[in-house]
Design a protein around this ligand. Structure first.
Ligand code: UD1
Length: 347
């Protein structure tokens, strides 16, 4: 078999690992690159359990340009890159802005320099709906103007998009797509891979599942006085496997040269918003548990409501989400129980 080799930076992370599985399912050969700063080697075993194969992995920090350049020399047949590797904790980025700007931007710049030198033309960039800032209107469409970022992390995504756009404008050899993720949650149905945050989770779903196992005492719901039907904030949650499949579609678009311009942007969301209380209700239904939670003050920097227009991604990528909220919460819980070695239900 002469499978096409795709470099996956951050390939053992949450979204990276699910994308690796989807790519292998479609006959691609992902080559993983990671520095394990926020992931674990055991992810490879999870991928092996699902696909029957352990993908090739290079332990490289992308801030090390010499090592990255040597990687591209050693792997001359890479035909596309999906760039996930980045720091992503919003709160931490406010405490460590220089580390965030340095890591996220230098890694991208090194990658672009290597792609130019080694003639790798196709790039998919892992961006975020955070680039929209506080929305003026909903649903969010790709041509809504990006706003001032709400965090250094968010700003690294905005600046990264600008760098890629500027580079694409003067380099017709480059074909790039930025994918703006809304709120990816859930896990592979096998329970072999999923989200494994280090320390106290910042995001809602892992906090819910860790609370259900008893690792966290209670979930704090940040605000119930928003102008939404139940007062809690609304987000566009997307199953991580649907998200992974969108990457395969975006890759096919690049490899088959179906782009309308050499730099494109797509929203990846489900196109539907759910409140924090609706997510909790879904979790309680699918897990058959009562979740301890308490309403507290709003979290600074949170917007009341966000959801995507998915029309462009649906039309241009020929992709749509197939999994609903209950599948998201059920799979996240299945994964959490596996990780914690819990057999059966916690009562
Ligand atoms: C956050 C980031 C976003 C980033 C994304 C990555 C902020 C302001 N935004 O999105 O930039 O791209 O994560 O995954 O941090 N919630 C609670 N209790 C909790 C945790 C969350 O009530 O313990 C609520 C939040 O207020 C929010 C919703 O749950 O309304 C989702 O929060 P979260 O999972 O952190 O995602 P975002 O804030 O949307």
């Amino acid at each position: 078999m002469n499978a096409q080799k795709i470099l996956i930076t951050g390939g053992t992370g949450f979204i990276g690992s699910h994308t690796v599985v989807s790519l292998m399912g479609q006959g691609y050969e992902p080559i993983l690159l990671d520095n394990f700063c926020n992931s674990d080697r055991s992810v490879l075993r999870g991928i092996e359990s699902i696909t029957g194969r352990i993908p090739v992995l290079y332990e490289i920090d992308m801030q090390d340009k010499v090592a990255l350049d040597a990687f591209f020399s050693e792997q001359p047949d890479i035909c596309a890159v999906i760039h996930f590797a980045a720091l992503k904790a919003v709160g931490e980025s406010a405490q460590l802005p220089v580390a965030y700007y340095y890591n996220n931007l230098i890694s991208l710049l090194h990658l672009l320099q290597c792609m130019e030198k080694h003639k790798v033309a196709n790039l998919i960039f892992s961006s975020s709906a955070t680039v929209y800032g506080t929305p003026d209107s909903l649903p969010l469409e790709e041509d809504h103007s990006a706003k001032a970022a709400l965090s250094p992390y968010g700003n690294t995504k905005k600046i990264s998009e600008d760098i890629i756009q500027d580079m694409a404008a003067v380099n017709q050899w480059l074909s790039a797509i930025s994918l703006r993720y809304f709120n990816p949650i859930g896990a592979h149905e096998s329970g072999e891979i999923g989200e494994l945050p280090r320390g106290v989770p910042n995001n809602l779903m892992p906090f819910i599942t860790q609370t259900a196992t008893g690792i966290r005492e209670e979930l704090l719901v940040f605000g119930d006085d928003y102008d939404t039907p139940d007062g809690t904030a609304i987000r566009d949650y997307i199953h991580v496997v649907d998200l992974a499949e969108a990457h395969v579609k975006a890759l096919e678009r690049l490899l088959e040269k179906r782009q309308k311009s050499n730099y494109e942007i797509f929203n990846l969301g489900a196109g539907k918003g759910y409140s924090v209380l609706e997510v909790i209700q879904s979790f309680e239904k699918t897990s058959n548990l009562k979740l301890p939670y308490r309403i507290v003050e709003r979290r600074p920097g949170d917007v009341p409501e966000m959801y995507a227009s998915t029309q462009k991604a649906n039309r241009e990528l020929g992709w749509k989400t197939l999994r609903g909220l209950d599948e998201m919460t059920a799979s996240a819980w299945n994964w959490e129980q596996r990780v914690r070695g819990i057999n059966g239900r916690v009562s």
